[in-house]
Write a protein that binds this ligand. Structure first.
Ligand SMILES: [Ca+2]
Length: 188
């Protein structure tokens, strides 16, 4: 590939990758409760979102725990390639400078994902200027006591270790009894 063409390709790729996000028009902050918290787009239950809407919300974990489980329950938005037109997104951190964890649009099925490493997550919603709109999205945020996988793994491991130790001790006792019985039979 000629070098000029290569640089044009590189610049176009970068421009496409780093499309700047519009500034938040509707910004709010909330602390997630210790239980399950449900969130929606602002107009989810009253007609849906409008064209050219930007909504942002920063969620802070209670007790500054750095893990969240996000369960997306329903999504009703314009579908577009790469969710370029109308979309919802979750970032790990207190604004869109954090890592993008998930971006979604259209009418996707239920799904869930973890966000780990920061006591804040940031929700960003954007719609373009056309009239293809919908209700938006509804999701739950759960802050577990500890990461589910670690809890499950440690409880499983503990039961295996305890079970294994008990079985090993029983085998040793049975073996000793067998040797003792043989000794009594032979030496009597
Ligand atoms: Ca749209």
């Amino acid at each position: 590939m000629p070098s000029g063409l290569f640089f044009c390709f590189l610049i176009l790729s970068c421009t496409n990758t780093f499309t700047s996000l519009k500034k938040c028009q509707l910004m709010s902050e909330s602390v997630v409760s210790n239980d399950i918290s449900e969130y929606t787009n602002r107009m989810y239950y009253s007609g849906g979102y409008s064209p050219d809407t930007i909504e942002c919300e920063r969620f802070t974990s209670p007790k500054s725990k750095p893990y969240f489980l996000v369960k997306v329950i329903s999504t009703d938005m314009e579908m577009s390639s790469g969710c370029h037109d109308d979309f919802a997104a979750i970032y790990n951190g207190s604004d869109t400078s954090g890592n993008l964890i998930k971006k979604w649009c259209g009418t996707m099925q239920n799904f869930s994902f973890e966000v780990i490493g920061s006591p804040n997550i940031f929700f960003y919603f954007s719609s373009d200027s056309d009239e293809n709109v919908g209700k938006g999205t509804k999701f739950e945020i759960i802050v577990p006591e500890s990461r589910y996988q670690e809890t499950e793994t440690s409880s499983v491991n503990l039961s295996i270790v305890l079970g294994g130790s008990a079985r090993g001790l029983a085998s040793v006792i049975a073996f000793v009894c067998m040797i003792w019985c043989l000794y009594r039979c032979i030496c009597r």
